[in-house]
Write a protein that binds this ligand. Sequence first.
Ligand SMILES: Nc1ncnc2c1ncn2[C@@H]1O[C@H](COP(=O)(O)OP(=O)(O)O)[C@@H](O)[C@H]1O
Ligand SMILES: [Mg+2]
Length: 271
Amino acid sequence: MSSSVLKFENVSLSFDGVENVLDNVSLEMHAGDTLIILGAAGAGKTVMVKIALGLLGSTSGRITLFGQDVTKFTEPQWFTIRPRIGMLFQEGGLFDSLTIEENVAYPLVNRTKMTAEQAKPKVEEALKFVELGHTLDKFPSELSGGMRRRVGIARAAVSDPDLLLYDSPTAGLDPITANRIMALIIQEREIRNATSAIISHRFQDGHMMANFRYNPESKKLERMPEDSPLRQRTRFLVMHDGRIVFEGNERELDASRDPYVSKFSMHRSIH
Ligand SMILES: Nc1ncnc2c1ncn2[C@@H]1O[C@H](COP(=O)(O)OP(=O)(O)O)[C@@H](O)[C@H]1O
Ligand SMILES: [Mg+2]
């Protein structure tokens, strides 16, 4: 069994006046796992990843990262562990007043002790990987929505994190751009060998993660064999009103008779 990367044990969260935004959520990811978190708007997906990153505290329960109990971590302690996690925020979350280079360098310069000069080669490499090597001096407003999302992926991956969290990477994009973003996420998984969790409202995104891998030789996506370990280590979660209402593989998701869960299966969401 490979090592535990992220563990939630009975995690709940309430805000003032909003009860059980997360309601007794338990999950665990091991090194090399892929987790696809499906759910409608308001299900609690974003708060869940914010808790995993220490940007929000939980009301109760225990959170463990890389085997370390982080539930009561102070901000300085979070600073030591956050460089191991790459995050693509919903809507990309780029800083409008910073250049693309400064945006991608941000996790290195602000979460490690690197200077901008030291960070530059890594920033250039991460941007080249998402085919945006020519945009270093541009500002986010000069790029298209899909390009900004790719910058967000470069920023998430620049510190070579052990865990990559992608919050709704395809939301608001046309299907062709969305598939391109998913292909990049699959590439990052292959090249960086990172444990990945991806939030989506589209079954297709999960289907791609669960069935395709990147072949670095042909530089193309290819279908994974049935017995591929990567395929077996890909799980789907469905969240509804702060609770995990389904956990399993693609076949089990597809076979579910639960009226809510089946909304997210193949038959329902491919239009
Ligand atoms: N800071 C906050 N204060 C109060 N309620 C919040 C806050 N952040 C999120 N919520 C509520 O928590 C629920 C889950 O939100 P969220 O995790 O963003 O959903 P989603 O699954 O769409 O990402 C929503 O009902 C939202 O209104
Ligand atoms: Mg969200």
